[in-house]
Unconditional design. Structure first.
Length: 103
């Protein structure tokens, strides 16, 4: 799976977010491409971000950088860690949900 943006390691961390817990990439609704964060999308995509509508929260749109499994938006929003490998996700990412997902 290719991750677009300024990725700095094989666990999907980028130049903007690179703590131990920053291990997810998000498939953007607008282009169907995975990016580590909205800043990477803004810097590399040539279009605006389109948020995932609530009715599509069952789509596989989150990639765990630890095990490289895809999970749904619902699974991601309702878990503190990956359901496949138990890797811990950054809880502060919830502060950016409004950028990626309709509320």
């Amino acid at each position: 799976m290719f991750i677009y943006g300024d990725v700095i390691d094989n666990e999907t961390r980028c130049v903007h977010y690179h703590t131990e817990k920053d291990i997810v990439a998000i498939k953007f609704k607008c282009c169907n491409n995975y990016y580590p964060c909205y800043k990477c999308h803004e810097e590399h995509a040539k279009h605006s971000i389109e948020r995932w509508p609530l009715k599509q929260f069952d789509e596989l749109a989150i990639l765990c950088g630890s095990c490289h499994s895809e999970i749904t938006i619902h699974q991601y929003m309702n878990a503190a860690n990956c359901p496949h490998c138990e890797a811990i996700f950054n809880e502060r990412c919830a502060l950016h949900y409004h950028i990626y997902f309709e509320e």
